[in-house]
Design a protein around this ligand. Structure first.
Ligand code: AKG
Length: 198
């Protein structure tokens, strides 16, 4: 496929719709979140063997109530990711990927989630790959550093699959990225009600 002007426009859109905030969390804030969630997470078992799962080697939960400190951190995420008039999912998704875990390419279902996904990356660096669903040659690898926040919206959220590469496949600009156990803490907004029955 030619790299034509349509593609240039698509790439422009991807850059505006996928933002990374490095060092969004301080060391202390990362620790504070881990201290609240790990006692619960550590009791769950990693799932490895569901062949049809989008995620390999993971355990997950959703959390509604947070201590005051972590509520303040999550409010900082929400304020940056969502305009004031947007309905947000109150539950925060926590995904714990084993060192051997990875996330296969997928687009989040439009009946469960609106136009924005905001994710904190804890414990390790990793590489997220975005591939345009209709133009597979349009893709971008994004380095998700430990303690960074990504905000994926609109075109990046709807038109591209996203995946977290396995440790063996984690390279960024040619350099290996050592992906260890990774915990992501993800805020989403309400789905568009028109997509409820999809
Ligand atoms: C999903 O929950 O759909 C993800 O792909 C999670 C991405 C992440 O762990 O940051």
């Amino acid at each position: 496929e030619d790299f034509n002007s349509e593609n240039v426009e698509l790439v422009d859109k991807l850059v505006t719709d996928m933002t990374i905030y490095e060092d969004f969390l301080s060391d202390t804030e990362e620790k504070s979140i881990l201290e609240e969630i790990e006692p619960y997470m550590n009791k769950l078992r990693y799932e490895f063997d569901h062949w049809d799962d989008a995620i390999h080697g993971y355990r997950e939960t959703e959390r509604l109530n947070w201590n005051e400190n972590n509520t303040n951190i999550l409010n900082r995420v929400r304020k940056l990711a969502f305009p004031p008039n947007v309905g947000q999912l109150k539950f925060v998704h926590i995904l714990d990927l084993d060192k051997k875990g990875y996330i296969k390419p997928h687009i989040d279902a439009v009946r469960f989630c609106g136009d924005t996904i905001a994710g904190l990356s804890l414990l390790t660096d990793s590489v997220m790959r975005l591939v345009h669903d209709k133009h597979k040659n349009l893709h971008a690898d994004v380095l998700l550093k430990r303690r960074s926040l990504y905000i994926m919206k609109n075109a990046a959220r709807f038109d591209y699959t996203h995946e977290i590469l396995s440790n063996e496949n984690s390279f960024f600009k040619g350099d290996p990225v050592n992906k260890d156990r990774r915990i992501s803490v993800i805020c989403r907004n309400e789905p568009d009600p028109r997509n409820k029955n999809d």
